[in-house]
Ligand binder design. Structure first.
Ligand SMILES: Cc1cc2nc3c(=O)[nH]c(=O)nc-3n(C[C@H](O)[C@H](O)[C@H](O)COP(=O)(O)OP(=O)(O)OC[C@H]3O[C@@H](n4cnc5c(N)ncnc54)[C@H](O)[C@@H]3O)c2cc1C
Length: 337
């Protein structure tokens, strides 16, 4: 157990943050042990992976940070068609995807290079380039911090939605996800229809892509568009794409013919939050060390010494201005701590 533990390397905004208490969890038994300690019972707690989807509002977290560090990847079932792979929550997501792609197991290639750890991935049902975690998810095992029980969750029990799951809503902070099992395909079906994957494959000179090439194309696109947190603090998309009724979309479309929207569930359209923010004039904006990335308006950045409050203040200004201009509410995807 650490006292006054720096979390500078556990949040990709690069904020100068400290936790009153912290504990590293390399094993289930460490987790069981910590729940019996006074600090756990008396203080609030925060489960933390790589901190790539968190914004700390204050520079001191008055509680216990539980740092998930268990490791291990194993095949739990295999047929001619597919393979079930169980991964410990503390494994690096991008490293795990790379291993699966290089082993010839398909399904995760469009999710290449997303920062963070495996345990956080189901939390918001991570997604990119037309694929979401739920598409390859089989089950997960989690530790109930209230009862001390180990509980298995199948896909239905996780209640996955767009950047959401039961762990981000009703069960927030109650369960520590310990491992996740994926069902991957030995005869991959490629998903090339989203974003600029096809153009990137063309640029790479690939005419018969496999999962390795698709993964590389996704990596190239991400590197060209998104700032690397090691160089410029950020947490990826700050806001979720808002979903509006088609009538609202049609009204907006008549006023703004180039508005970007994709069909969502019946009668609804998902708007590109980045487009709304850019059109509201925020792309490249900077106030002190808090700013909006010059290439991608959905990404808020820390140029160096911004505080969590600076970034949050900017986010609220953006939220307000998008509401004023388009009448659309955008809500943060990032977890506010
Ligand atoms: C440059 C960049 C690009 C990104 N691109 C994408 C993208 O394309 N798609 C996408 O979906 N996301 C993206 N993200 C967001 C982020 O990478 C993902 O949400 C990732 O899954 C977060 O992992 P983490 O380990 O860093 O989670 P953290 O930030 O540590 O935690 C996120 C939340 O999950 C909870 N949590 C963490 N671990 C556990 C656990 N084991 N059990 C229970 N709860 C837990 C935390 O309490 C917190 O509420 C991006 C971020 C960055 C910085």
């Amino acid at each position: 157990m650490y006292r006054n533990y720096p979390l500078n390397h556990s949040n990709t905004f690069g904020l100068d943050v400290m936790a009153a208490w912290a504990v590293k969890i390399p094993d289930l038994k460490d987790l069981e042990k910590i729940t019996k300690e006074r600090v756990f019972m008396e203080e609030k707690h925060l489960i933390l992976g790589g901190g790539s989807n968190c914004l700390f509002l204050d520079d001191y977290f008055e509680g216990l940070a539980i740092l998930i560090e268990n490791k291990g990847i194993s095949i739990t079932n295999e047929t001619d068609e597919s393979v079930a792979v169980s991964v410990a929550a503390g494994e690096d997501w991008a490293g795990f995807v790379e291993k699966m792609v290089n082993s010839g197991y398909g399904g995760l290639e469009n999710l290449s290079l997303i920062p963070g750890k495996v345990g956080a991935a189901p939390m918001q049902n991570i997604g990119a380039y037309g694929v979401e975690l739920k598409d390859v998810f089989n089950s997960l095992q989690a530790f109930d911090l209230e009862t001390g029980d180990l509980v298995d969750f199948n896909k239905e029990a996780c209640d996955f939605g767009y950047r959401s799951s039961i762990f981000k809503t009703t069960l927030r902070n109650r369960f520590v996800i310990l491992s996740v099992e994926f069902l991957l395909n030995k005869r991959p079906v490629l998903n090339l229809g989203y974003g600029s994957i096809k153009q990137e494959l063309e640029r790479m000179g690939v005419d018969k892509p496999g999962i390795i090439e698709v993964s590389q194309a996704v990596i190239n696109i991400r590197k060209s568009k998104l700032p690397d947190p090691a160089e410029l603090g950020n947490a990826g998309s700050f806001f979720k794409n808002p979903v509006v009724h088609n009538l609202v979309f049609n009204d907006l479309k008549s006023e703004y013919p180039d508005i970007v929207g994709y069909p969502d569930h019946e009668g609804a359209t998902k708007l590109a939050a980045g487009w709304l923010i850019e059109k509201a004039g925020w792309k490249g904006y900077r106030s002190g060390d808090a700013g909006v990335h010059h290439k991608q308006a959905l990404v808020l950045v820390n140029y160096g010494k911004a505080t969590g409050r600076d970034i949050y203040g900017l986010a609220m200004q953006i939220q307000h201005s998008v509401k004023e201009k388009f009448g659309v509410h955008i809500e943060p995807e990032v977890n506010l701590i």
